[in-house]
Design a protein around this ligand. Sequence first.
Ligand code: CP
Length: 294
Amino acid sequence: MKKNLFSLRDLTNEEILEILEEARRFKRGKEYPIKNKVVCNLFFEPSTRTQYSFNMAEEKLDMKVINFNAQSSSLNKGESFYDTIKTFESFGIDLFVIRHSKTRYYDELKNISIPIINAGDGMGDHPTQSLLDLFTIYEEYGHFDGLKIAIVGDIKHSRVAHTNIEVMTRLGMECYTSGPKEYEEACYKHIPIDDAIKNMDIIMLLRIQNERLGSSEHLQISNSEYLEKYGLTMDKVNKMKDSAIIMHPAPFNRGVEIADDVVECSKSRIFKQMTNGVYVRMSVVKRSLGLWLL
Ligand code: CP
Protein backbone atom coordinates (compact mmCIF):
# COMPACT_ATOMS: atom_id res chain seq x y z
CA MET A 1 0.00 0.00 0.00
CA LYS A 2 1.26 3.51 -0.87
CA LYS A 3 1.95 5.61 2.21
CA ASN A 4 2.28 9.30 2.98
CA LEU A 5 4.89 10.40 5.48
CA PHE A 6 3.77 13.68 7.04
CA SER A 7 4.89 13.27 10.66
CA LEU A 8 6.59 10.58 12.72
CA ARG A 9 3.61 10.88 15.09
CA ASP A 10 1.72 8.87 12.45
CA LEU A 11 4.16 5.93 12.78
CA THR A 12 4.45 3.32 15.53
CA ASN A 13 7.82 2.64 17.15
CA GLU A 14 7.91 -0.66 15.23
CA GLU A 15 7.40 1.12 11.90
CA ILE A 16 10.19 3.57 12.73
CA LEU A 17 12.57 0.75 13.63
CA GLU A 18 11.68 -1.05 10.37
CA ILE A 19 12.56 2.08 8.36
CA LEU A 20 15.90 2.31 10.18
CA GLU A 21 16.58 -1.39 9.62
CA GLU A 22 15.99 -1.04 5.87
CA ALA A 23 18.23 2.06 5.84
CA ARG A 24 20.93 -0.04 7.51
CA ARG A 25 20.59 -2.65 4.73
CA PHE A 26 20.94 0.10 2.11
CA LYS A 27 24.04 1.43 3.85
CA ARG A 28 25.51 -2.08 3.78
CA GLY A 29 25.07 -2.19 0.01
CA LYS A 30 21.56 -3.53 -0.63
CA GLU A 31 20.44 -2.73 -4.18
CA TYR A 32 16.81 -2.16 -5.01
CA PRO A 33 16.25 -0.64 -8.47
CA ILE A 34 12.87 1.08 -8.97
CA LYS A 35 13.35 1.89 -12.65
CA ASN A 36 9.76 2.52 -13.70
CA LYS A 37 8.74 5.17 -11.14
CA VAL A 38 8.96 8.97 -11.40
CA VAL A 39 9.47 11.08 -8.29
CA CYS A 40 9.00 14.85 -8.18
CA ASN A 41 10.86 16.89 -5.56
CA LEU A 42 9.10 20.18 -4.89
CA PHE A 43 10.98 22.53 -2.57
CA PHE A 44 9.12 25.80 -1.99
CA GLU A 45 11.67 26.72 0.71
CA PRO A 46 15.49 26.65 0.41
CA SER A 47 17.31 23.39 1.10
CA THR A 48 20.69 21.82 0.43
CA ARG A 49 20.85 18.61 2.48
CA THR A 50 17.26 17.44 2.29
CA GLN A 51 16.68 18.21 -1.38
CA TYR A 52 19.95 16.81 -2.68
CA SER A 53 20.11 13.80 -0.39
CA PHE A 54 16.60 12.88 -1.60
CA ASN A 55 18.05 13.29 -5.13
CA MET A 56 20.94 11.03 -4.25
CA ALA A 57 18.63 8.45 -2.66
CA GLU A 58 16.34 8.45 -5.70
CA GLU A 59 19.31 8.11 -8.08
CA LYS A 60 20.65 5.20 -6.05
CA LEU A 61 17.22 3.57 -6.42
CA ASP A 62 17.44 4.09 -10.21
CA MET A 63 14.31 6.21 -10.23
CA LYS A 64 13.44 8.96 -12.69
CA VAL A 65 13.67 12.30 -10.92
CA ILE A 66 12.04 15.69 -11.62
CA ASN A 67 13.23 18.64 -9.55
CA PHE A 68 10.68 21.45 -9.49
CA ASN A 69 12.21 24.93 -9.65
CA ALA A 70 9.93 27.28 -7.75
CA GLN A 71 11.80 30.42 -8.91
CA SER A 72 11.16 29.77 -12.62
CA SER A 73 7.69 28.26 -12.24
CA SER A 74 4.19 29.62 -12.86
CA LEU A 75 3.93 30.36 -9.14
CA ASN A 76 5.29 33.72 -10.34
CA LYS A 77 2.16 34.13 -12.50
CA GLY A 78 -0.09 33.63 -9.50
CA GLU A 79 -0.59 29.86 -9.68
CA SER A 80 -1.39 28.43 -6.25
CA PHE A 81 0.49 25.79 -4.28
CA TYR A 82 -2.45 23.37 -4.61
CA ASP A 83 -2.76 23.87 -8.38
CA THR A 84 0.99 23.34 -8.79
CA ILE A 85 0.79 19.97 -7.05
CA LYS A 86 -2.41 19.05 -8.93
CA THR A 87 -0.60 19.81 -12.21
CA PHE A 88 2.21 17.36 -11.43
CA GLU A 89 -0.35 14.77 -10.31
CA SER A 90 -2.00 15.06 -13.74
CA PHE A 91 1.37 14.31 -15.42
CA GLY A 92 1.38 10.86 -13.83
CA ILE A 93 4.06 11.34 -11.16
CA ASP A 94 4.38 8.38 -8.74
CA LEU A 95 5.71 10.12 -5.63
CA PHE A 96 6.01 13.67 -4.26
CA VAL A 97 8.69 14.96 -1.89
CA ILE A 98 7.55 18.38 -0.67
CA ARG A 99 9.01 21.11 1.54
CA HIS A 100 6.99 24.23 2.27
CA SER A 101 7.26 27.08 4.76
CA LYS A 102 3.60 26.66 5.77
CA THR A 103 3.12 24.44 8.81
CA ARG A 104 0.90 21.45 7.88
CA TYR A 105 0.83 22.46 4.19
CA TYR A 106 -0.27 18.89 3.51
CA ASP A 107 -3.75 19.58 4.96
CA GLU A 108 -4.42 21.38 1.65
CA LEU A 109 -3.50 18.27 -0.34
CA LYS A 110 -6.13 15.82 0.88
CA ASN A 111 -7.45 15.42 -2.70
CA ILE A 112 -4.05 14.36 -4.03
CA SER A 113 -3.97 10.61 -4.64
CA ILE A 114 -0.17 10.26 -4.97
CA PRO A 115 1.93 9.54 -1.86
CA ILE A 116 3.68 12.54 -0.31
CA ILE A 117 6.84 12.58 1.79
CA ASN A 118 7.11 15.68 3.96
CA ALA A 119 10.59 17.20 3.59
CA GLY A 120 9.80 19.87 6.20
CA ASP A 121 6.67 21.95 6.90
CA GLY A 122 7.18 25.38 8.48
CA MET A 123 7.57 25.01 12.24
CA GLY A 124 5.79 21.65 12.12
CA ASP A 125 7.79 18.51 11.36
CA HIS A 126 10.90 17.25 9.59
CA PRO A 127 10.38 13.48 9.72
CA THR A 128 13.30 12.37 7.53
CA GLN A 129 15.73 14.57 9.51
CA SER A 130 14.60 12.86 12.73
CA LEU A 131 14.93 9.44 11.12
CA LEU A 132 18.51 10.16 10.08
CA ASP A 133 19.24 11.52 13.55
CA LEU A 134 17.85 8.31 15.07
CA PHE A 135 19.86 6.22 12.61
CA THR A 136 23.06 8.04 13.57
CA ILE A 137 22.38 7.64 17.30
CA TYR A 138 21.58 3.93 16.89
CA GLU A 139 24.74 3.42 14.83
CA GLU A 140 26.72 5.00 17.68
CA TYR A 141 25.13 3.35 20.70
CA GLY A 142 23.17 0.33 19.38
CA HIS A 143 20.08 1.33 21.41
CA PHE A 144 17.96 4.33 22.41
CA ASP A 145 16.74 3.40 25.88
CA GLY A 146 18.11 5.65 28.62
CA LEU A 147 20.28 7.82 26.36
CA LYS A 148 20.35 11.47 27.41
CA ILE A 149 20.17 14.20 24.76
CA ALA A 150 20.20 17.99 25.13
CA ILE A 151 18.93 19.97 22.15
CA VAL A 152 20.59 23.38 22.41
CA GLY A 153 19.62 26.58 20.63
CA ASP A 154 16.46 27.94 19.04
CA ILE A 155 13.94 25.32 20.12
CA LYS A 156 10.86 27.45 19.58
CA HIS A 157 11.17 27.81 15.79
CA SER A 158 12.71 24.42 15.09
CA ARG A 159 10.69 21.66 13.44
CA VAL A 160 13.69 19.36 14.04
CA ALA A 161 13.45 19.90 17.82
CA HIS A 162 9.71 19.28 17.92
CA THR A 163 9.90 16.10 15.85
CA ASN A 164 12.95 14.76 17.67
CA ILE A 165 11.71 15.33 21.21
CA GLU A 166 8.43 13.53 20.50
CA VAL A 167 9.98 10.49 18.86
CA MET A 168 13.09 10.24 21.05
CA THR A 169 11.01 10.36 24.24
CA ARG A 170 8.75 7.64 22.83
CA LEU A 171 11.81 5.47 22.11
CA GLY A 172 13.00 5.75 25.72
CA MET A 173 15.50 8.61 25.54
CA GLU A 174 15.70 11.42 28.11
CA CYS A 175 15.32 14.74 26.26
CA TYR A 176 16.31 18.16 27.57
CA THR A 177 16.53 21.59 26.01
CA SER A 178 18.90 24.48 26.59
CA GLY A 179 19.76 27.84 25.05
CA PRO A 180 18.39 31.39 25.14
CA LYS A 181 15.28 31.52 27.34
CA GLU A 182 13.52 33.51 24.58
CA TYR A 183 13.68 30.43 22.35
CA GLU A 184 12.85 27.71 24.89
CA GLU A 185 9.45 26.01 25.16
CA ALA A 186 7.90 25.57 28.62
CA CYS A 187 6.62 22.09 27.73
CA TYR A 188 10.18 20.67 27.55
CA LYS A 189 12.65 19.91 30.37
CA HIS A 190 15.28 22.67 30.64
CA ILE A 191 18.91 21.90 31.49
CA PRO A 192 21.61 24.56 32.08
CA ILE A 193 24.22 24.38 29.33
CA ASP A 194 27.10 23.47 31.69
CA ASP A 195 25.12 20.54 33.15
CA ALA A 196 24.24 19.41 29.63
CA ILE A 197 27.88 19.44 28.56
CA LYS A 198 28.95 17.27 31.50
CA ASN A 199 26.09 14.80 31.61
CA MET A 200 24.61 14.21 28.15
CA ASP A 201 25.32 11.38 25.71
CA ILE A 202 24.36 13.64 22.83
CA ILE A 203 24.55 17.40 22.42
CA MET A 204 22.44 18.41 19.44
CA LEU A 205 22.98 22.01 18.37
CA LEU A 206 20.46 24.11 16.46
CA ARG A 207 21.00 27.36 14.60
CA ILE A 208 18.77 30.37 15.23
CA GLN A 209 16.03 30.05 12.59
CA ASN A 210 16.30 33.69 11.49
CA GLU A 211 13.89 33.22 8.61
CA ARG A 212 11.09 32.28 11.04
CA LEU A 213 11.63 34.98 13.68
CA GLY A 214 9.09 37.75 14.18
CA SER A 215 10.42 41.33 14.12
CA SER A 216 10.65 41.46 17.95
CA GLU A 217 12.24 38.03 18.33
CA HIS A 218 15.82 38.81 17.26
CA LEU A 219 18.32 38.58 20.14
CA GLN A 220 20.34 41.71 20.87
CA ILE A 221 23.61 39.81 21.20
CA SER A 222 26.76 39.52 19.08
CA ASN A 223 27.81 36.23 17.46
CA SER A 224 30.80 35.90 19.80
CA GLU A 225 28.64 36.53 22.88
CA TYR A 226 26.17 33.92 21.63
CA LEU A 227 28.97 31.39 21.12
CA GLU A 228 30.36 32.06 24.59
CA LYS A 229 26.99 31.81 26.32
CA TYR A 230 25.04 29.15 24.40
CA GLY A 231 27.33 27.76 21.71
CA LEU A 232 29.75 24.82 21.69
CA THR A 233 33.47 25.66 21.91
CA MET A 234 36.40 23.24 22.24
CA ASP A 235 36.65 24.20 25.93
CA LYS A 236 33.16 22.85 26.44
CA VAL A 237 33.76 19.81 24.19
CA ASN A 238 36.69 18.84 26.43
CA LYS A 239 34.27 18.65 29.38
CA MET A 240 31.88 16.24 27.62
CA LYS A 241 31.79 12.54 28.54
CA ASP A 242 34.36 10.44 26.63
CA SER A 243 31.59 8.56 24.82
CA ALA A 244 29.43 11.62 24.09
CA ILE A 245 28.80 12.89 20.56
CA ILE A 246 27.84 16.17 18.89
CA MET A 247 25.07 16.44 16.31
CA HIS A 248 23.56 19.28 14.27
CA PRO A 249 20.92 19.03 11.53
CA ALA A 250 22.76 21.82 9.66
CA PRO A 251 23.11 24.25 8.05
CA PHE A 252 25.35 25.41 10.90
CA ASN A 253 26.72 28.87 11.51
CA ARG A 254 30.42 28.62 12.40
CA GLY A 255 31.28 31.03 15.20
CA VAL A 256 27.67 31.34 16.38
CA GLU A 257 26.17 28.13 17.81
CA ILE A 258 29.29 26.08 16.98
CA ALA A 259 32.96 27.04 17.00
CA ASP A 260 34.87 26.51 13.77
CA ASP A 261 37.13 23.79 15.23
CA VAL A 262 34.21 21.85 16.75
CA VAL A 263 32.52 21.21 13.40
CA GLU A 264 34.91 18.41 12.40
CA CYS A 265 36.29 17.44 15.84
CA SER A 266 36.42 13.76 16.83
CA LYS A 267 33.10 13.92 18.69
CA SER A 268 31.22 15.51 15.80
CA ARG A 269 28.85 13.31 13.81
CA ILE A 270 27.50 16.17 11.70
CA PHE A 271 28.74 14.93 8.31
CA LYS A 272 27.90 11.34 9.23
CA GLN A 273 24.31 12.52 9.75
CA MET A 274 24.34 13.81 6.17
CA THR A 275 25.70 10.50 4.85
CA ASN A 276 23.02 8.57 6.76
CA GLY A 277 20.32 10.85 5.38
CA VAL A 278 20.76 9.28 1.94
CA TYR A 279 20.12 5.73 3.22
CA VAL A 280 17.20 6.74 5.43
CA ARG A 281 15.61 8.53 2.47
CA MET A 282 16.08 5.45 0.24
CA SER A 283 14.18 3.48 2.87
CA VAL A 284 11.39 6.07 3.17
CA VAL A 285 10.97 6.41 -0.63
CA LYS A 286 10.66 2.63 -0.99
CA ARG A 287 8.07 2.50 1.79
CA SER A 288 5.99 5.37 0.40
CA LEU A 289 5.77 3.67 -2.99
CA GLY A 290 4.15 0.65 -1.34
CA LEU A 291 7.20 -1.54 -1.91
CA TRP A 292 7.72 -2.28 1.75
CA LEU A 293 9.22 -5.63 2.65
CA LEU A 294 9.64 -6.54 -1.01
N1 CP B 1 18.87 19.75 7.77
C1 CP B 1 18.22 20.33 6.73
O1 CP B 1 16.99 20.22 6.59
O2 CP B 1 19.04 21.02 5.88
P1 CP B 1 18.53 21.75 4.55
O3 CP B 1 17.64 22.89 4.99
O4 CP B 1 19.77 22.19 3.85
O5 CP B 1 17.73 20.75 3.77
